[in-house]
Structure formats: C-alpha cells, structure tokens
Unconditional design. Structure first.
Length: 357
C-alpha cells in the first residue's frame, strides 16, 4: 500500500491529527510504526468501546501499523474504578478482549499488554518520574479530563499520578502514534511537549471521534474539547448508552427515546451513529416505512442520508428504527458470544459488579 493510501486510512480514523506532516514523515521513514490505544477496564462495554474501537483498530492495522492495546488496570485502580478493586478491574479487562473478538477486531495482529506487568520494571517508573519532573502540578491537573474528571473535582493523590503514568506509557510502549479519543488530547500534548526534552521523541496524535450519548446535548458554553467530552457516550448515563449485551428490545427503546430533532444534522446522535457505525460496517441503510409516508427507500451513503434528512423527507422515527436495526445486527454476535461457556461466566461476574465513576 502506498503512503497516500495509508494516510487516507489513518485520516479516516483521526478526527484530529497532530500533525499530518509528522504522520506523513513517520510513514515515509518507518515501515511499521507502532500505534497504541489504552483503556481503563471499568464495567459494562458500550458500542463506542466495542464496535467503534474495532473499526478504528482494524483500519490502523490495515494502514500497515503495529498495534499495541494497553490494558490500563493500574490506571483504573488509581482512578478508583470498580471501587478500587484491582482484581475486578482485571476481570473487566479480560471481558473487553472477549467483546473485541466477537466484534471482529483482528486480535491476532494486536499485542495486548497489561500495565500490571510493567509495574516491577524500574525503567517504567523512571519514565514516570521524568514526566513528573518536567511537568508542573497545574499542567498535570489540566490533564484530569483524561480520567473523566474536572479540574475542580477533589482528586485523590493517585489521580494526580495518573497523567504522568499515561504520558510515560507512550514511551514505555515505544509508540510512534497515540491513537486515542479526543478526550485524551491533553496528555498526548503533554507527551509531545516533553518527549524530546526527556530523551525520547514527539509522538504523533491521531485522535478518533467520540460517539455521542443519546441524550439532548448541553447548552452551556464550553471549549471544543470540553463540549466533545460532554457529548460523548458514557456508561455513567446508561439510559443514553447502548451496551454490547443490550437486547434488541433495549436497543429499540433507547433509540426511540434518543434526541433527534427533525431536519437537524449537527449534534444529532442518531445521525452520528449512522455516520460512524452504520456506514462503516454496511454499504447502505434501508428505511422501511408505509407507502403513505413515501414507502421504503435505500440510502447508499451518509451524504445521501443527510440530504434527505435536512429536507425533511425522512422522519426521525423512521431513521431511529433503521439505525436501531443496524446496531442490533452489530451487537448480536457479541450477545450470542456471552450466552455460553466461559464467556457467559465472565459476563455474569461483570454484571454483578457495582460500577463506580
């Protein structure tokens, strides 16, 4: 695959790339750059973590990158996820890998690594200390967004350590590309700022889109990143999130209640799912409706969908039903995977855990 084709795939993943010139240079000078994504194992898995992450990881692999998936169990522990129970956190990590297998992630080409295995490595802690020594406390506190926190929240000391660990992870994993969500932007910028100062490199950031929650967007003023974080799907608001083991009925009910103003394209979660999930996994979207309302139609692209919706020739309820049907087909293999054997036992254990923010 030529450089332009590889760039195109990575641009499909990255809603923001810092910087495109750096990424091009990387592809020109390194045959198989290392990309990484990290995740906090923290309970039930929604479709952004399951389906969207699978789509993105497979594209990065197809672009000729090596991919390291960092299971940030100690980070989740530091952030008090799962009540601060490390064993439970690690069980959830195993559960996530099972979800990705069932979703169709090319797991044979993904290197899964646990933060727990790095803890006894003194070189890892030296990197953490180097990051901390070259960062002010205020700079680290500004990174609290990466944990789903605000600068105003009272943080535990472990949560102050977290951004230093995450920045150090990049260099510990020898990652050339940070392929994380827009909500992780601040710590990636920290790594770019100090990487060369502490003897490493300036990693490229490929920040992927964050799938919206199904509720009405907030109206108060925020900067771009804060607003993106406020809009994203979150398991702390289960009524506005679709989970990988939701039943068909639950998916239909949640989608039926979703915010979807007539003729509105921007900040419309149902259209967001159509763009980033439906048209990424199927060639067309079929809208079924009675003849008196125009009859069935088949839309071959997201652009065609938005043109119809903006004109008002497609009703929100018809759109919701079609998108819900498509999402149900994506989720069905995962639901079935967790109905039997060891996967079911694991899912039953996770379901019994109390989820903490």
């Amino acid at each position: 695959m030529d450089i332009e084709s590889r760039l195109d795939l990575l641009q499909q993943v990255g809603e923001e790339i810092i910087t495109l010139d750096d990424l091009r240079h990387l592809l020109e000078t390194k045959k198989a750059p290392i990309a990484y994504d990290g995740f906090e194992p923290s309970g039930r898995v929604h479709i952004a973590q399951g389906v969207l992450r699978t789509i993105n990881v497979n594209k990065v692999l197809n672009a000729g990158c090596r991919f390291k998936m960092w299971e940030a169990d100690w980070h989740a522990w530091a952030n008090n996820k799962m009540g601060g129970d490390l064993e439970r956190i690690q069980l959830v990590g195993n559960y996530l890998v099972e979800v990705w297998k069932a979703c169709g992630m090319n797991v044979d080409k993904v290197e899964f690594l646990w933060a727990n295995d790095a803890i006894e490595d003194m070189d890892y802690w030296k990197k953490v200390m180097q990051v901390a020594r070259h960062s002010t406390l205020n700079r680290v506190l500004r990174c609290s967004q990466i944990m789903g926190r605000t600068e105003q929240e009272v943080l535990q000391a472990s949560q102050i350590l977290y951004p230093c660990m995450q920045a150090a992870d990049i260099f510990h994993l020898e990652a050339d590309i940070c392929q994380l969500g827009m909500d992780q932007r601040k710590v990636n910028m920290l790594a770019r700022e100090i990487g060369e100062k502490i003897g490493f490199w300036k990693p490229v950031s490929v920040h992927h889109h964050m799938l919206m929650g199904l509720g009405q967007p907030p109206t108060e003023g925020m900067d771009t990143i804060e607003r993106a974080i406020s809009l994203k799907m979150s398991k702390s608001k289960p009524e506005t999130a679709i989970f990988m083991t939701d039943s068909e009925e639950e998916i239909q009910q949640k989608m039926h209640k979703a915010y979807c103003p007539e003729k509105q394209i921007e900040e419309n979660p149902v259209l967001d799912y159509a763009k980033h999930l439906v048209f990424e996994t199927q060639r067309e979207l079929r809208i079924e409706r009675p003849k008196k309302f125009g009859g069935d139609i088949t839309l071959a692209s997201y652009q065609e969908l938005t043109e119809q919706y903006r004109k008002g020739t497609l009703h929100p309820l018809d759109l919701k039903k079609a998108v819900a049907d498509s999402i149900n087909r994506m989720v069905e293999p995962v639901r079935n995977h967790f109905k039997k054997g060891k996967a079911k036992q694991l899912a039953d254990q996770i379901a019994a855990f109390e989820i903490t923010r």
